[in-house]
Write a protein that binds this ligand. Structure first.
Ligand SMILES: [Zn+2]
Length: 223
């Protein structure tokens, strides 16, 4: 599965001139199995952080939800056990609010529905902006039919409310492009008008776990 894959990820990283020790931040949009793989790797029978010097930035809402799901045995892939809990155990997890700003260029934005704490990450440079939109969309058809949610969405109704706001985003966000996550070749033909992500606070309709964090709070999780 996505959390236990073998592949050339680290070799590809090395080819780009980056060693695991050089990575200082790992940013998590949500904790589905295909988005937490390579957080860790198996060394001598134990799952350890792939990036020993990094802080792993978790949306607090997302962490609380999946912690709860894991504790009640509802993580069907076991990815919280092998790809998230070892990060917590190592003291490298940094729990943040869904509007957390990592630095002057990178900031979280809530884009909930796909999961209860799903966030997107906005990159702002002096020239342009881009948004890493996680699983805001899964298929090209959602560009034309943003009210259609996939079966992977935790709250399809909420996700359906979030996506149209992406299409109505202001012009200055025109380089935010959720189609990047879509499969080829459809993504190349998809036409979304100025897609971007809303600054949307968590709305109603979700069955949410307790949220112990105050707005703007951040902390390192201790095991
Ligand atoms: Zn997902």
């Amino acid at each position: 599965m996505w959390n236990r894959r073998r592949g050339t990820f680290l070799e590809d990283l090395a080819a780009a001139g980056v060693t695991p020790e050089q990575v200082d931040y790992v940013v998590i949009t949500h904790m589905h199995v295909d988005h937490v793989g390579w957080n860790t790797r198996l060394v001598n029978g134990a799952w350890v952080p792939t990036f020993p010097n990094a802080r792993y930035v978790f949306p607090g809402e997302e962490w609380q939800f999946w912690k709860h799901e894991n504790e009640r045995g509802a993580d069907e892939y076991g990815c919280i056990d092998d790809s998230v809990l070892p990060i917590v155990a190592s003291g490298q997890a940094m729990l943040v609010d869904d509007t957390h700003r990592l630095d002057r260029w990178l900031a979280f934005e809530p884009s909930i529905g796909h999961t209860p704490g799903h966030v997107s990450v906005r990159l702002t440079t002096g020239a342009r902006e881009a948004v890493f939109s996680g699983d805001l969309m899964h298929r090209v058809v959602q560009v034309a039919e943003p009210q259609w949610s996939s079966r992977f969405c935790y709250d399809g109704k909420q996700a359906a409310q979030t996506r149209p706001r992406v299409r109505r985003a202001p012009r200055r966000h025109r380089h935010a492009d959720p189609r990047r996550a879509l499969p080829a070749p459809g993504r190349d033909r998809a036409r979304a008008r100025r897609p971007a992500l809303p600054s949307d606070r968590l709305g109603g309709g979700l069955e949410r776990p307790p949220r112990p964090l105050a707005t703007g709070d951040q902390r390192t999780i201790r095991p």
